[in-house]
Design a binder for this molecule. Sequence first.
Ligand SMILES: [Zn+2]
Length: 86
Amino acid sequence: MGILNPHDHIMGKTLTCVASVTEIVTDKNGYNNACPDCLQTVYESGEKWACPSHEKHDNSRHLFCVVVNTTDDTGSQFSTKTPLTS
Ligand SMILES: [Zn+2]
């Protein structure tokens, strides 16, 4: 008999929860350079930006990251949110 993983039924699924933002961690905010096409992180390559899935781009897209603490009646956790910018 195999060992059952209690998390198998939620692995790979998108879940929705309702929680309140109780803290914005201002000293950990920043941004990633992202691919303009797929928003994966890109890396400087010479004078261009290299995406793992696309050709090199002349420019990157700044993807701002905001670290927040969210809380609901089961507890709290820190997570990173990435509101899109131009
Ligand atoms: Zn890409």
